[in-house]
Design a protein around this ligand. Structure first.
Ligand SMILES: [Zn+2]
Length: 128
């Protein structure tokens, strides 16, 4: 079955510490980049031929990281039990985005979340 993948990106600035990881165990920050990709089946396009308005994806992506921006990630609720690695950030964004999309755009689902810690280091999370 053919399907479409639609993406939107946002960025945020935040600090973190990764205990036990050389160099990363010191307080430091990144300008993180996040891309949310959603999937819509061919048969589920609107009559107008759209999966979902890009602005919806962008808004969902921004909202998912809003509390991260200019924050210290280790102190935020999602990362109290687990260090804020790029992997865990991607997973949290995926869960938050899925919750929002269930209401805002039920015809699409989260395909993957990409998180760049620096421009040349990227994690891809697929909720499956
Ligand atoms: Zn780091």
């Amino acid at each position: 079955m053919p399907y479409y993948l639609l993406s939107a990106e946002t960025t945020f600035s935040a600090a973190h510490v990764l205990p036990g990881v050389e160099r990363c165990d010191r307080l430091h920050g990144h300008n993180w980049r996040v891309r949310l990709t959603v999937r819509v089946e061919e048969a589920r396009l609107t009559e107008g031929g759209m999966g979902v308005d890009f602005r919806v994806i962008e808004d969902v992506t921004r909202t998912a990281v809003a509390d991260f921006d200019h924050g210290y990630l280790n102190e935020l609720e999602p990362f109290r039990e687990q260090p804020p690695t790029a992997e865990r950030i991607a997973q949290v964004v995926s869960v938050r985005a899925a919750d929002r999309l269930a209401e805002a755009a039920p015809r699409v689902r989260v395909e993957q979340v990409e998180v760049w810690e620096v421009p040349h280091y990227r994690v891809v999370y697929r909720p499956g």
